[in-house]
Design a binder for this molecule. Structure first.
Ligand code: G1P
Length: 292
């Protein structure tokens, strides 16, 4: 019998990051720093806190610093050891010890669906998570853990959803769903559409960058034609999958920051800095002193 346990998460990270130019001209957007950690580390920490044990990062050209960041840095460790900087040494070590990471390269930029398809061999025949690095989600219970709980009860693919204002809906995949269970947070998906216009959007429930998928998504992706922009959309493959099994949308609890967007990134920086034990106090004082 195929295991139902979610062990692996796919992190698509091959995108060009054009929304964040010029910062991303020579630097992966996943490595942009919020307070003192690259964005991707926040999301990997969510995966670890959700109980996942292995990560597959889909990279591309110019993304080497991601691999270096999560690799062991003997030189740095030796230096910190010699200088007696034990706390920093622990921090640096914990990054490389965090979780088992493997990498796959997406040679061509053919979209999110194509990035997921690249991981077929590494994922194998088991359900898995997909976590998009742009979305940092700050929740008491990690968002991915909430989704795993849904998957464990319902057994079908789950996408994270959030209500967004109409004028922003065209930046997202959007679901048409009906309430399922009694929580008011779970929806059974009737249909879904990638980046509809505000008038055509079937609801205000946008897909956010967290998914739990079952391995039959790979065949669906193989069969999904490219869209008008030449990309294979994960939303379109899910739509195909819906013909053969129920899909769910889950309105997670927590604050989501779109850190791939400049304003979202600034908000995330301020909120995470305010929450920090070492920085929160003086930073709050500084913000209060600004005559806004
Ligand atoms: C992707 C998905 C979209 C989803 C979004 C969430 O779009 O294709 O369905 O709503 O992520 O962030 P992207 O932002 O990569 O264009």
């Amino acid at each position: 019998m195929v295991s139902k346990k979610i062990r692996k998460a796919v992190f698509p990270a091959a995108g060009l990051g054009t929304r964040f130019l010029p910062a991303t001209k020579a630097q992966p957007k996943e490595m942009l720093v919020v307070v003192d950690k690259p964005i991707i580390q926040y999301v990997i920490e969510e995966a670890v806190a959700s109980g996942l044990s292995s990560i597959i990062i889909v990279t591309g050209k110019g993304k080497n610093t991601i691999e270096d960041h999560f690799d062991v840095s003997h030189e740095l460790e030796r230096l910190l050891e010699q200088r007696g900087k034990t706390e920093m040494l622990e921090q640096v070590r914990s990054i490389s010890n965090m979780i088992n990471i493997s990498y796959v390269r997406q040679g061509e930029q053919l979209g999110l669906g194509h990035a997921v398809l690249m991981t077929r061999d590494l994922v194998g025949d088991e359900p898995f998570a997909v976590m998009l690095g742009d979305d940092i989600i700050d929740g008491k219970v990690p968002c991915m853990r909430q989704m795993i709980n849904v998957f464990e009860s319902y057994g079908g693919p789950v996408v994270a959803v959030q209500k967004v204002p109409r004028q922003e809906i065209s930046a997202y995949g959007v679901i048409d769903g009906e309430p399922e269970g009694g929580t008011g947070r779970l929806f059974r998906i009737n249909d879904m559409v990638e980046k509809p216009s505000a008038e055509d959007a079937p609801s205000d429930l946008a897909i956010i960058g967290r998914y739990i998928l079952t391995p039959d998504i790979f065949d669906a992706l193989e069969e999904t034609p490219r869209d008008r922009g030449g990309e294979i959309q994960l939303t379109n493959a899910l739509r195909k999958l819906k013909e053969s099994r129920p899909l769910y949308g889950y309105q997670f609890q927590g604050v989501r920051h779109d850190a791939g967007n400049k304003l979202g990134f600034l908000r995330a920086t301020v909120e995470f800095a305010l929450k920090r034990e070492d920085l929160g106090g003086p930073f709050r004082e500084y913000l209060k002193s600004l005559s806004l």
